[in-house]
Structures are given as structure tokens and as C-alpha cells.
Ligand binder design. Structure first.
Ligand code: ADP
Ligand code: MG
Length: 237
């Protein structure tokens, strides 16, 4: 980490993400699953962080709560100094749109839209002005190396290219935080490495913090910090 990337625009006690005794219990009928059992974590600004752990250990649940897609059963989550559980649903939706970019394993692109249109849709929904929206979308496609592919639809592209479009889309609203859930899960090893290298570039160029769920031992070489979940708790490395 360089000095510059660790000391940027942060309003809190140094962390961009902080949780205290975070629990998420799923109830379905008489069944109860304790997906998160008192998660404590801190993430520093500008860090590229991997969240690892076995299937079912609670990674997706944690990511969804940190991104305001789900609410904890108990405990506190602060992201950029905002206590998420105190927000109304509407406020949280707006907060999410402005501050967080999501990337998924299966890319999640709209099949009938071109790469450019997929990227541009996000700032459109957020209400960005047309000219800025266009500039930003072109910039993001350039950042991921896909300017020449902007008029192509997802099915005309490789998995790696589709994930690049999804990365450009996640960046389009200038988020401060990127959350990625197994973004390399569908990619072969060399393409996965390309995407991980791109993530490093995105974190440093765009001055974002990134939390990435991964199964892959490959990620250790690329990230600043590894958080390990086991049975809903963070294990100290
Ligand atoms: P991971 O992403 O690490 O595979 P998840 O967060 O998806 O783990 O799941 C953690 C645990 O919570 C698992 O036991 C899973 O079956 C359970 N779980 C996840 N989502 C739900 C849900 N919507 N309803 C009930 N149980 C769930
Ligand atoms: Mg998962």
C-alpha cells in the first residue's frame, strides 16, 4: 500500500467498514440458521480485501449486509461512518446506489443491451446528467480495456470480457466501495488472474475500497488483507 492510497477522504476513525457483534439468523418455519455469529471486522480505506471461507460459512450474507441489501438480526454495521441499521429502506437504497458497486459471479448483465448500455444504465437510474453519464461510461469501459467492444452484447463476449463489463458497470456511479461475490468463480485461472490484476488497478486508480468473496487461494497474492469466515465468525489468521 502506498501512503497516498491509505490516507484518503475518510470521515471516520480510520475505517471504511466496521462491524460490532454482527448476527444474521435466518428463520424458515421451525428451522433456524445462524449464518453470522458475532462478526467483528474492520477494513481500512483503499484496501483490497478478500473474504474467504467454505461454502455456507456466511460470506454472501455478510457481503449483502455490508452493501445494505440485507439487514442484520443484531449488531452494528458502519460503512463510511454511517450506521446502516439506522437507515430507512428508502435511504439505504439511495445510499447503496451512490456509494456501492456490486459485482457478481454470473456477471448479471442485461442480455439485450450492449456493453455500453449496460454500463450507462446505472448512472441513468441514479439520475446523472446525460453528458456526464456518457463521459463516465466511456471512461469506465476504457479503464477495463473494452472501448472497442462497447457496442457488443454480452453473448458476443467471453466470460472475462463480460466480467470486465460488469466491473465497468459497478464503477459507473463512482462508488467508494466495491463488493464482489466470487467474481472469478466462472473464469479459468488465467482469466481470473487478469481480472484480479484489473481489480488491483481499479482499487488504486479509482481510490475505492474493495471487498471480494473468493474460494480461490490465488487471491492471496493480489490483496492487502484476507478475512476468513468459519461458521459465521471471523477467524484470526
Ligand atoms: P456462503 O456465501 O459462504 O456460501 P451464505 O451466506 O450463502 O454462505 O450462507 C450461510 C448460511 O446461511 C448457510 O447455511 C445457508 O444455507 C444459510 N442461508 C443463506 N441464505 C439463506 C436464506 N435466504 N434463508 C435461509 N438460510 C439461508
Ligand atoms: Mg456465497
Amino acid at each position: 500500500m502506498t501512503e497516498e492510497t491509505t490516507t484518503r477522504e475518510i470521515k471516520t476513525n480510520g475505517y471504511v467498514i466496521e462491524t460490532n457483534d454482527l448476527w444474521r439468523v435466518y428463520k424458515s418455519g421451525a428451522q433456524e440458521v445462524q449464518a453470522l455469529r458475532g462478526v467483528e471486522l474492520q477494513i481500512e480505506p483503499g484496501h483490497f480485501v478478500a473474504l474467504v471461507g467454505r461454502s455456507g460459512s456466511g460470506k454472501t450474507t455478510l457481503l449483502n449486509i455490508l452493501g445494505g441489501l440485507d439487514e442484520p438480526t443484531r449488531g452494528e454495521v458502519r460503512v463510511f461512518g454511517q450506521e446502516l441499521s439506522h437507515m430507512t429502506e428508502a435511504k439505504r437504497t439511495r445510499w447503496r446506489r451512490e456509494q456501492v458497486g456490486f459485482i457478481f459471479q454470473s456477471f448479471g448483465l442485461l442480455p439485450t443491451l450492449s456493453a455500453y448500455e449496460n454500463v450507462e444504465l446505472m448512472p441513468r437510474i441514479a439520475g446523472m446528467r446525460a453528458r456526464e453519464r456518457k463521459e463516465r461510461s466511456l471512461y469506465c469501459l476504457d479503464l477495463v480495456g473494452l472501448s472497442k467492444w462497447m457496442d457488443h452484447r454480452p453473448y458476443e463476449m467471453s466470460g472475462g470480457q463480460q466480467q470486465r463489463v460488469a466491473i465497468a458497470r459497478a464503477l459507473a456511479n463512482k462508488p467508494k466501495l466495491i463488493l464482489a461475490d466470487e467474481p472469478t468463480g466462472e473464469l479459468d485461472t488465467s482469466t481470473a488472474r487478469e481480472i484480479l490484476t484489473l481489480f488491483q488497478k481499479v482499487v488504486s486508480d479509482e481510490k475505492v475500497t474493495m471487498l471480494m468473496v473468493s474460494h480461490d487461494s490465488l487471491v492471496d497474492e493480489y490483496v492487502d488483507q484476507v478475512l476468513r469466515l468459519r461458521d459465521g465468525q471471523i477467524v484470526k489468521e
